[in-house]
Design a protein around this ligand. Sequence first.
Ligand code: C2E
Ligand code: CA
Ligand code: CA
Length: 941
Amino acid sequence: MLVPVGDVPSTGALPTQRQGAGAAADSMPETASWEWSPGSQELRWHEPMRAVLGMPSAEPEDVQAALRELIDPILLGPRCPGEVIDLEHTLRVPRRADRRFKIHAQWMAGYRSSAPVLGGTVTDITNANEGSTPSELRDRYRLLVELSPDAIVVHCEGEIVFANRAAVDIVRAGSVDDLIGHPVLSFVAAQSRAGMLERIADMSESDTYSEPAEAILQRVDGTTVVVESTSVRTRWADKPAFQAILRDLTHQRAAETSLRLSANLIQHVSDAIIALDVDGRISSWNPAAAALYGWEAGDAVGLPIDALLGADASGGSLLAMARGTRAELTHRRRDGSAVHVIVSIADIRDPAGAVSGSVLISADVSERRKAEQIRQQADARYSAAVAALDEGLLIIDVDDRVETANPAALVLLANLGLVGERFSSATALMDEDGRPLSAETIGLEEARQKGTARPAFTASLQRHDGSRTYLSVSIRALPTESGDGPFPVVMCLLDVTDRHAAAELLRFEARHDHATGLANRNLVLETISDLLRTPDMPVGVLFVDLDRFKMVNDSLGHDAGDAVLRTIARRLAYEAPAQSTVGRLAGDEFVLVVPDATVGEMQALANTLLSRLCEPVRILRRDLVVTCSIGIVVTEPGAGQGVRGRTNVGATDVLRDADVAMYYAKQHGRNRLATFDERFRRRAVDRLALEEDLRHGLDAGELSPAYQPIVELQGMVTTAVEALARWTHPRRGPVPPTVFIPIAEETGLIAPLGRLMLTRATQQVADWRSSGTVPDLVMSVNLSPRQLADPHVADRVSELLAARNLPASALTLEITESALMDDPELAAQTLTRLRNLGVGISVDDFGTGYSSLSYLRRFPVTSVKIDRTFVESLGETRDDDAMVAGIVNLAHTLGLKVVAEGVEKESQRQTLTDLGCDYAQGYLFSRPLPAEALTPLLGRS
Ligand code: C2E
Ligand code: CA
Ligand code: CA
C-alpha cells in the first residue's frame, strides 16, 4: 500500500530531516525521509524523495520499488526499538549512471503498542567521493584501470611499471609479472618502435597526450597484433611516466576488410545488386545492374525502382515481394526490351533493428530460360518420338517397377496396366521354346546390379488366342547420378514374329532338300549324330545310289531327272520303316537312317528297295528303268558315345562307310547291295591313295601309250595298232590299266588321260606313216564312256587329225559295248559325228553286254572286237565256236569287220582264220610295246 505522506497524520518522531548546507548551496535536495510499518506493510515517503532518488518524474510504484531495494537489507536484521542502522547502497537504474545512497534508519516503538516501525532518511552520496582521500581515489582509479577492456600500461624510464588484465591478454602473457619490469619496447614490433618513440618525445609536458595512432605489438608467442594506441604523459613514483591505452584493432580490421570485400563484390558480381531506401528509391546501383538494365548508376540512383524497371506483369511492386523468396519476373531495359530475371529482395536494417531500406538482387535468366525452353521442346519431341516408336521401350527402376513404358511396349507385352507394376511378376516372358524367363535369366538383374548391357536375345509371349509372339529383347542399364548401382534399366522390345517364322522356315530349308522334300545332308548327319548318342542303340544306314542316273539327266534333261528323283524319293519314303529318316545327300544319292536296326533287317529292307526302285518310271511317255546300288552299315550299339563332342565326325564316319559299301555294290555289277565290312574301308583308303598318285602321275608324265599290233589274218600283216595306256609309278611300279582306268573314269582324270592318249597316238601313227614304216597304218584308240559323253570330242579329234595332216581313216576309236548301252542316244550322236569325219568306230569287248548285233545297227559302227573271253575258249567248246562264227557272219552281213582280241595260241588264230574273222590281236603276235620297241617289228610281217 502506498500512501502519499501529505495525506496521513504524523506518526510520531521522525528522524531529523537534514536539509544539508550542501543541498541548500546548490539547491539540490540530498536527503528525504521515509517510514515503514511492518504490520500494515506501509511504506511512506516524503518529497523530495523523487529528486533524491534521481527519478523526478517517476510513478509512485517505481519510487516505492527503488526505496524498498534500499531498505530491504535492514528488514533482514534484528528489529529492536531504538536501534540505529547506517548503510550505503548503490542503485542501478537502467540506462542511467549508477547512484549511491546512504541510508540512516532507526527502529521505533509502534503506535498503540503495535509492532516497531522503521523510519529513516535516504541521502544521495553519488558525488560525495569528490572529497575522498587520495588513497581512496587511487584505489578507485586502479580498479577502473584494472577492469578496463582496453589494454593499459604505464611505463617509466622505459620499463613497464603497471599493466592491466587486458594488457596481459593482448600480448598473450601468462600474468602481469611477465610485463612488469620488462622494457616496454620489447612488446613493440620493430616497425612500430620509431613511431612510438617519436610520439613519446612529443609529450614533453605533463598531462599532454598523443593522438590515437596505429602500432604493431610484439606478442609473447611471437605473433603480432595491430592496435590503436593513445599515450598520456603522467607521473609514477614522482618520476615522469607514460600511460598507454591500447585497443585491439583486429576485429575492426576484419570488419573493414569484409566491408571492402563486400563493396568489391558488389562491383564485380554478375548479378545486379540494387539498394533501395524505404520508399523504394534506388540508393545504389552496381555495374552489373547497369549492364543488365542499360541505365548507368548516375541515371538510376534516386529513381523509384518500380517505375524504372517496370513492375511485373502481375502488377505487384518489387517492394511488396516476400522477403527471402525468389521470383522469376520480366523487367524492362532502358531500350524498352524485355529481360527475364530472377529477383530476390531482402530488408536492410539499422543497428537498432529498424528497416532502413532493402536490397534487390536480380539475375538475367533469358539465356537459361531459352535453354530451358529448348530442352523442354526437345524433351517433348523425344517423348513423342518414343511414343511413336514401333519398338517397345520400358524403363524399370531399381525396385523392379516399370517406371515408364511407351505404347508399343504395352501392346507388345499385352499388358496395358504394366506401368507401376513389378516387371518380373507382371510380364510372362518366355524363351523361344516357351520356358518361363526370370529377371536373372534374361540378365535384367545383372544389368541392375552391375550396370551391364545384355545384347539382343529372342523371347516369346503366349497370346490369349494361343499364338506366340516372338520378341527381340535387349537390356541396358541407365546411368545413375553417383555412378554406382543399383541402376535403372531400359528394355527394348521388337516384334520379330515374322522374322522368327522366316528363320524357322530357313531352318527347315537348311535341313531339307528342296527338290524332294526329304532331309538333306545336314539333317541326315544330325539325325545320325543324335541316334549315335543314344546308348545301346545300333543305327542302320542305307546308302542308295542310282545307277547311271547321269545318263537320264544328260539325255532326257534335268526336268526328267528331277521327276525320276521325286519318284524314287516317294518310293523310298513309302518303303521306309516308321521312325526312320529318308534323306537325299546330293544328286542321285539317297540315305535311309533306321534306328535300332539289325544287319538282317537292313539287308531285307535293301532287297525290298532294290526290287521296288527298279520298277519302271514313266517319264516323257517312256518307261525308264532305274536300278540302284545300296550300301549298308549297321553301327555297334552306342557307337557314338565315345565320340561325344565331335558327334558329326561320328555321323560322317557312318555315312562314309555306307558310301563305301555302296561303291562296292556298284563295283560288283550294279543293282546290288553290299554290307559294310572293315576291309572295304581299307580298300577305299588304298583307292584314295591311288587316285592321288594317278593325279600326280599324269602331271609328272608317268603315263604313256604302249602299242599292240592288230594283224590281218588273211595276209598276216600288221595293218593297225591299238594304243593302250601304261603307267609306271616310281614306287608302285607298273600299275595295270584295269586298276587305274576305272579310277580315272570315276574321278574325271580320264579326260586328261584320254587327251594324252589321242595326242600321242595320232602323233605316233603320223610318224610311222610318214617314215614309211607302214604307210597306211591305222591307229586304234580307246574312248571311255565319259569321253563319249563329251560334246567336244569330235571337234578335238578333227583338229588333231588336221594338225597331224592325217586322213580320218588313219584312226579308229574303240568304244566298249557297255558304254554304248549306258546312253545309247548320246553315243549315237557322238559316234555319228565322228564317223562323219571318216574315223573308224569299233565296238570293244563285244559279247559281254546285252546288246545284239542287230542293235548295233543303230550306231555308225565299222567293226566289232570279239571279247577275249570268247577267244580264250575257242576250239574247246563247240558252243563258243558256233557263237564266234555267228558273230562273224552276222557282222559281215552288216558290213562290219571283225577283230578277235586276246589271241595267244596258234590254234586260236587258225580257228579264227577258218571262221572268216578279219583281224586278230594278242600276245601271239605281240604284247603291247613302247613305240621304239615296236617300230622294228612293224616293217616285217
Ligand atoms: P581293251 O581295250 O580290251 O584292251 C585289250 C587288253 O587286252 C589290253 O589290256 C591288252 O594288253 C590285253 N591283251 C592283248 N593281248 C592279250 C592276250 O593275248 N592275252 C591277254 N590275256 N590279254 C591281252 P590292258 O592293256 O591291260 O588294258 C586293259 C583295258 O584297259 C583295256 O581293254 C581298255 O579297256 C582299258 N584301257 C587301256 N588303255 C586305255 C586307254 O588309253 N583309254 C581307255 N579308255 N581305256 C584303256
Ligand atoms: Ca580296246
Ligand atoms: Ca577289249
